[in-house]
Design a protein around this ligand. Structure first.
Ligand code: SF4
Length: 116
């Protein structure tokens, strides 16, 4: 089975602990937020107008799946802050409770669900 290609970054949800979600940290070298003001990613609240500017950066980020997988694997559940991997703390809480993380589309068969 081959991964679908859409021409844009696709986040494929996989179960936490899935070996397909393993990765190293070299992805950080390609982060779209590299060099940007980090305050952009820590909006004062989670209203749409507050979170849209950092989400816009994340949507175009080539390493979004690895970023989100990393934060879901390493973030302290009691201390979720900021927009990372294109998600709010509340969204990451939901993904974590569901036992889901992400992997780059190329590493997982097309049967999983996508997060755009
Ligand atoms: S997904 Fe967003 S927070 Fe993560 S590396 Fe890319 S731009 Fe930065």
């Amino acid at each position: 089975m081959t991964a679908q290609t859409t021409g844009r970054p696709v986040l494929r949800l996989v179960a936490l602990g899935d070996p397909a979600a393993s990765f190293d940290t070299r992805w950080r070298e390609d982060a779209a937020c590299s060099g940007l003001d980090t305050e952009l990613f820590f909006p004062v609240d989670e209203r749409a107008e507050s979170v849209e500017p950092p989400r816009r950066v994340c949507r175009g980020c080539p390493v979004r799946a690895a970023c989100l997988a990393d934060v879901l694997a390493t973030e302290d559940p009691a201390r979720r802050y900021g927009i990372t991997g294109g998600t709010t703390p509340a969204e990451r809480r939901t993904l974590h409770r569901a036992g889901l993380t992400t992997a780059p589309a190329a590493t997982v068969p097309a049967a999983g669900g996508d997060v755009a």
